[in-house]
Design a protein around this ligand. Sequence first.
Ligand SMILES: *Cc1c(COP(=O)(O)O)cnc(C)c1O
Length: 405
Amino acid sequence: MTDPLAWIADELASWDAAGLRRRRPLRQSAQQTRCLIDGREVVSFASNDYLALAADPRLAVAVLLNIDFRGWYSGGGPLLGGWGSGASPLLGGWAEPHRCLEERLARFEHAEAALVFSSGFVANASVVAALVGPGDAVFCDAANHASLFDGCRLSRADVRVYPHNDLDRLAELLARGNHRRRLIVTDGLFSMDGDLAPLAALAELARKHGAMLLVDEAHATGVFGASGRGSLEHFGVEDPAIIRIGTLSKALGSLGGFVAGRAELIEYLVGRARGYVFSTAMPAVVAAAGLAALEIVVAEPWLGRLVLQRSERLRQKLHAQGWNVGRSESQIIPLIVGSPSNALALSEALRQRGWYVPAVRPPTVPEDQCRLRISVTLGHLDSTLDELAADLAELDPDGPWRRDC
Ligand SMILES: *Cc1c(COP(=O)(O)O)cnc(C)c1O
């Protein structure tokens, strides 16, 4: 009898041959700039913890208070005690800390309402699938996050992928077809290139064609905009009809996704977003940690600007050294080096020098666009970034990792 799972070993062998096998580095310390990973102390550029909140004691205290005590604490969050939430939000899993977080998020976003999901991935996939269906069309930037693509597929709407930030092509696609509802979905800040979507023009295009617009602010929340609301605030595009998705898992250092927008939209999603209806609510203490992080961003809105200033300085240095930093204009700085083996070789050379800068390979980026992804956080001082740049200057951009470019 043949083993029905035998194909998996073949598949893994082909990954090995192409340098595409994924292995997980084991972190043996808190998620901080200086990290113990696989037994080695490194300075990490791998996390999306842009405001260095993941290991901030204020979040840990919010969690501990919620587990151990009952009553209200001065941060304004409710305390319930206990860990698990035990049920879908529709069946008793939704608790005071969730409600409080949603209210605070809505106020932060200048939106009528907000809804918290167990992750940003689930929020994206379920919201897109809830907004359009058969007979509708969804327009998706080619560089969008995997969760938006999955939402498009789950929706069973006609999916029209437009080349990255290509508004002429998008306008052409929008002018065609007689779909019932139309939805444009885009990352605000693109996760692998670190560039922004042209949101003012996108909003205008959506208005002109009567299409809905959904912007995923996952990497921009807490970093972009004068008060940290993200790329829409950065560009001054504040149309309340725009559907905003964010995550509590990146700059906010906790876990969870959210959508913010009109009150009716949120009411609709409560009944229709399958990842909300059919999934257990996050533990209330996780919501409390998100709330604590949000209060920090509200109280210290300049933190994001600081990260962007440091990133700008590093990016200019690397560009001057001859590295291909692509279209980056944010705290996400790619070093594009070509093939998977190029990216792995450069990542290893940096690891030898005490830097952890992970290689990004297919399926996350195209085969010839492999890169190192430098993610700058508040934990990186200018002096640390200067040291990284100095080491990269010694690792010639046209070195062995460029062999097949
Ligand atoms: C990380 C990410 C998500 C998913 O958020 P999680 O909270 O980590 O699940 C969604 N969209 C984009 C653009 C992301 O980079």
